[in-house]
Design a protein around this ligand. Structure first.
Ligand code: GLC
Length: 543
């Protein structure tokens, strides 16, 4: 695939305010060596595809040395590449090529917990209770006569207790899998270590960080009980994620960490940024993570959680935009990621889900702020719901029966046979199998085909970059045009772009907003206006 006129990186330090960032789940994006697993060299080879798609930056999920209990979110060495994904040299070659194509690179950082194979945790296990080595993690004695009960009632997000007992009788905290022990962020060595890890990757040219579990590093003093658990009430504590307060999330002191990180980012040229994966009780508390002395962005998961209705979208868009105005940072929109069911399926699956997903893409890409795309959404990929249990790898699956594997199935690139161009000819089958229906959804099957989801994304991204009304972070003006319809305009330099989404149950005539310039379904002209079908969206332009 050739790319015409590659542009170098812009020098704009505010690039992230309106960027489109493409999330690469490294294991499932492209396999260069035919072992059935995606790798850094595979990403490097596919950079021209991403440039042609029209994104500004890539966010790479963890590719560090890891036993892969949680897909790499269990890091054993924060300064090296896992052999499964390549070498540090491959990373350097990939980032050099990305920058030459004008693509920025954001990497994941996992500070809440390490892998249990990390040398610090191994040392803590060996050194025993009361040792300095144990203080870098959260070890505690148990309750009960012989310390046989966990120190408190906290639950793992992946199900079950958040504590595991080691042979000498102490317990350690893991908010996720037992193979992911939580670090003690009140320990100065932990803070110093991560500041150094940030510099390590900044020195290698990364443009930003996605901070994993950014709300989790500080736990309430004294490790108090939550007061209910699955065992006592049948309600999992994780139900409170994003809705209530938990003593292990969103503690005020966590902000000190980001106030220390920001000057490090700012000491590098070119606008190095950080985006929080944070869950907070209210949008107001989430907004506290962003601002000139903390982080640049926090994902707006309320948008992802909105149901397919004009009212639901309008509510979350209004709230998110109001918060971003107060804190002076752009909103960060996301429809799918590696932890959530793909939005084609969330919106109804099949044809209906796909139509809605295509419309939602036009909605998201017309909004001011930064948009995060998840690999494969530009192909309209659905969740794979029927993976055989024995192939599922998500550690949450065994504990809760819920699995995130269905959104992590490798990308179909081309061809009629599995693994659909994921690896070179003659390669192993991919680590998760793609359904045969994905033959028709591959990049090669959609490229150049008018009306395909890939061409819709390409067109929308092209317009987003070129249209003055969509440039920058300016506000939106809602248009009241009828029930079930969501419509808003953005203006610049005498031109107006209006995005209309039809979530109702019949086609609607839209007029007075100018010429359609992109639409998720074919529009028909009617009496000087345009008929917008159900479950679709279009952008109209008036100059
Ligand atoms: C974040 C990641 C998720 C991971 C968890 C633990 O939520 O997005 O994939 O399992 O953190 O690191």
């Amino acid at each position: 695939m050739t790319v015409s006129n590659p542009s170098p990186l812009t020098s704009d330090a505010d690039w992230w305010r309106s960027a489109v960032v493409y999330q690469v789940y490294v294991r499932s994006f492209a396999d260069s060596n035919g072992d059935g697993i995606g790798d850094l060299q595979g990403i490097r080879e596919r950079l021209p595809y991403l440039r042609e798609l029209g994104v500004d930056a890539l966010w790479l999920t963890p590719f560090y040395t890891s036993p892969m209990v949680d897909g790499g979110y269990d890091v054993a060495d924060y300064r090296d590449v896992d052999p499964m994904f390549g070498t540090l040299g491959d990373f350097e070659a990939m980032i050099t090529d990305a920058h030459a194509l004008g693509l920025r690179i954001i990497v994941d950082i996992v500070p809440n917990h390490t892998s249990d194979r990390h040398p610090w945790f191994q040392a803590a296990l060996a050194a025993g209770p009361g040792s300095a080595e144990r203080e870098r993690y959260l070890f505690a004695d148990g309750k009960g006569e012989h310390g046989e009960q966990p120190p408190n009632d906290w639950e793992s997000i992946f199900g079950g207790p958040a504590w595991t007992r080691v042979p000498d009788g102490q317990w350690y905290l893991h908010l996720f899998d037992p193979a992911q022990p939580d670090l003690n962020w009140r320990h100065p060595q932990v803070r110093a270590e991560f500041e150094d890890v940030l510099r390590f990757w900044l020195d290698r040219g990364v443009d930003g960080f996605r901070i994993d579990v950014a709300h989790g590093m500080i736990k309430a003093e004294g490790l108090p009980d939550v007061g209910f658990s699955s065992m006592t009430t049948g309600r999992r504590q994780s139900e409170l994620l994003g809705k209530g307060r938990l003593p292990y999330f969103d503690q005020d002191e966590v902000h000190d960490i980001y106030r220390a990180w920001r000057p490090i980012l700012d000491s590098y040229p070119g606008g190095r940024m950080a985006v929080a994966e944070a869950w907070a009780e209210t949008p107001q508390r989430l907004a506290r993570y962003i601002g000139p002395d903390e982080l640049h962005q926090a994902f707006s998961f309320d948008f992802l959680d909105a149901t397919w209705s004009a009212d639901s979208f309008r509510k979350v868009v209004d709230t998110a935009l109001a918060e971003s105005t107060i804190v002076g940072a752009p909103t960060t929109w996301v429809l799918s990621n590696h932890d959530r069911q793909r939005h084609v399926t969330r919106y109804g699956d099949g044809d209906v889900g796909l139509r809605r997903a295509r419309a939602a893409a036009l909605l998201m890409l017309a909004l001011p702020g930064c948009a995060y795309l998840y690999q494969g959404e530009e192909l309209g990929l659905p969740e794979v719901l029927d993976l055989p249990d024995e192939l599922r790898q998500d550690p949450a699956f065994l504990r809760t029966g819920e699995s995130r594997d269905g959104c992590r199935v490798p990308i179909p690139w081309s061809g009629d046979l599995a693994p659909y161009g994921f690896g070179p000819a003659g390669s192993e089958l991919s680590w998760l199998p793609a359904p045969t229906t994905w033959r028709a959804l591959s990049v090669a099957a959609q490229a150049g085909v008018p009306g395909s989801t890939l061409e819709l994304y390409r067109a929308a991204l092209r317009i987003r970059h070129q249209h003055p009304a969509l440039a920058g972070t300016g506000g939106i003006t809602w248009q009241e045009i009828g029930p079930g319809l969501l419509a808003f305009s953005r203006h610049a330099d005498g031109s107006t772009l209006t995005c209309v989404v039809n979530t109702g149950d019949s086609a609607v005539r839209v007029d007075g907003h100018g010429t359609p310039i992109v639409a998720s379904e074919a529009l028909t002209e009617q009496d000087g206006g345009h008929l917008l079908p159900v479950d679709s969206a279009a952008w109209f332009e008036r100059r």
